[in-house]
Design a protein around this ligand. Structure first.
Ligand code: MG
Length: 450
């Protein structure tokens, strides 16, 4: 059984995973990553204490001192880990609904655990034997003797150094001069303090929405899809701000909204940052489901674009390999490597604001390819081999198997299908020359899989 999905271990506490699971998992992690020190942070989910108690116990019992950074975006934890060369554990289920929780393991380089490290943790977790009450044996995990167990210290200053680091990467003065206005929707998650503060430090008149930490996510589902944030889009249309942005619960994603209410996913954000920041000869990394809104914009400038399978850890590792300046996904998880090789919603927000200050959002959007892009999902009992066969039976000009199956219908329209890494569903992505065509494709492939 695999514990790690595309991005961490997630489930419903006391339903899928019990406290002893998180404890044994943390003992395993403490046995494998022998650093002596760990950093821990979380978002504001109801079950944070259940997981954090177990994580602190497992890590200190295996001899690690722990710095508890409190509520912090995962990108802030990753930055702390990178700068201080300590591994970390983030307690969050990212954009999943409130009943979920989970952990992300961060290496001392600030990156999410590699597939190799994840496999090692899973193997040792399942092979380990744990103590029975009254037994003196320590199973096959090692523990620190009582005088060598770790301590827990609290440090709530990580958010200050994190915001300063983000600000240091953009031209703050030129953004301030423009006296922009924005709305930021924190989805009641870990960015509730840092996101409004960052914008205000940039001199942006800021309206903050869903900016209290709330375990029930009363504003909306914390995954910033167009459907989930409809109420925010309506507010933006009537507000007259220069732009709006929405983070997911742990703050590694940011999506944007134009003053007219157009939803701008990661395809747009990457294109906009590319126009403002990238130069000929730079490298960029993105997975196979990304649209030409970004890819064509990058190629036009002379940026070399590398395509990977879908999955944040794969994207960030490829970005390191090719020394990419920018990397990211349509979901809004974007990496700016001068800052760090982890996806960072705050860095994305600052770069977007800088681009708006430099060129104006309207003129940048006008210069982008006019393409419709949509992500959807289908529940199906069909196996992926069968799905692949059905897809390849459809008329197409080219097929690509970088991740799942992708067929091109002509020079602009394509459909890509892949099994989800986190749920038992098939994801469908389409790019089309018109909304009508794109919606027809989503319908057609949904019916094909039913
Ligand atoms: Mg996230």
């Amino acid at each position: 059984m695999a514990l790690f999905g595309t991005n961490g271990i997630r489930g419903i506490p006391n339903e899928n995973y019990y406290p002893d699971f998180y404890l044994h998992l943390s003992i395993t992690i403490g046995n494998i990553i022998k650093n002596g020190k760990f950093a821990v942070a979380s978002d504001g989910r109801k079950t944070v204490a259940v997981l954090k108690g177990a994580v602190l116990s497992g890590l200190t019992a295996t001899g690690h001192d722990v710095v508890d950074l409190g509520t912090l975006p995962v990108s802030g934890l990753q930055y702390y880990c990178k700068v201080n060369s300590v591994p970390g554990i983030m307690i969050t289920a990212s954009h999943n609904p409130p009943e979920y929780n989970g952990i992300k393991v961060i290496g001392s380089d600030g990156l999410e655990a590699s597939p190799e490290l994840q496999a090692m943790i899973e193997k040792q977790y399942f092979e380990a034997r744990y103590n029975e009450v009254g037994s003196n044996a320590s199973g096959n995990q090692s523990y620190a003797s009582w005088e060598h167990v770790g301590s827990v210290k609290y440090d709530y200053s990580a958010k200050d150094t994190y915001i300063e680091a983000v600000l240091s990467k953009v031209d703050v003065e030129s953004i301030r001069e423009k006296r922009l206005s924005a709305l930021v929707d924190c989805s009641n998650g870990a960015t509730y303090e840092t996101a409004p503060r960052l914008l205000r430090e940039l001199g942006i008149r800021t309206v903050a929405l869903n900016s209290t930490l709330d375990s029930m996510f009363p504003g909306h589902n914390p995954e910033p899809t167009e459907e989930n944030i409809k109420s925010t889009i309506e507010i933006v249309k009537n507000l007259g701000v220069d732009f709006a942005l929405v983070h997911d619960s742990d703050g590694d994603r940011a999506v944007f909204i134009s003053p007219e209410g157009k939803y701008l996913d990661g395809n747009y954000t990457m294109a906009i940052i590319t126009m403002s920041r990238l130069k000929k000869g730079d490298a960029a990394v993105t997975p196979a489901n990304t649209s030409d809104i970004f890819i064509n914009t990058a190629k036009k400038i002379g940026v070399k674009v590398y395509i990977t399978k879908v999955g944040p850890p794969l994207v960030s590792r490829k970005a390191i390999e090719v020394k990419a300046r920018l990397a990211g996904e349509e979901t809004g998880g974007i990496i700016y490597s001068e800052h760090q090789y982890g996806r960072d919603g705050a860095m994305t927000a600052a770069l977007f604001a800088e681009a708006v200050a430099k060129y104006g959002l309207k003129s940048m959007l006008r210069s982008l390819p006019d393409l419709y892009y949509k992500r959807s999902k289908v529940n199906t009992t069909k196996g992926f081999e069968e799905i692949k066969r059905l897809v390849l039976e459809q008329k197409h000009t080219k097929a690509d198997f970088t991740d799942g199956v992708k067929i091109y219908l002509n020079s602009t329209d394509w459909v890509m299908l892949r099994p989800s890494g986190t749920e038992p569903i098939i994801r469908i992505y389409v790019q089309a020359s018109s909304k009508k065509m794109g919606e027809a494709l989503i319908r057609k492939y949904g019916e094909l899989l039913a």
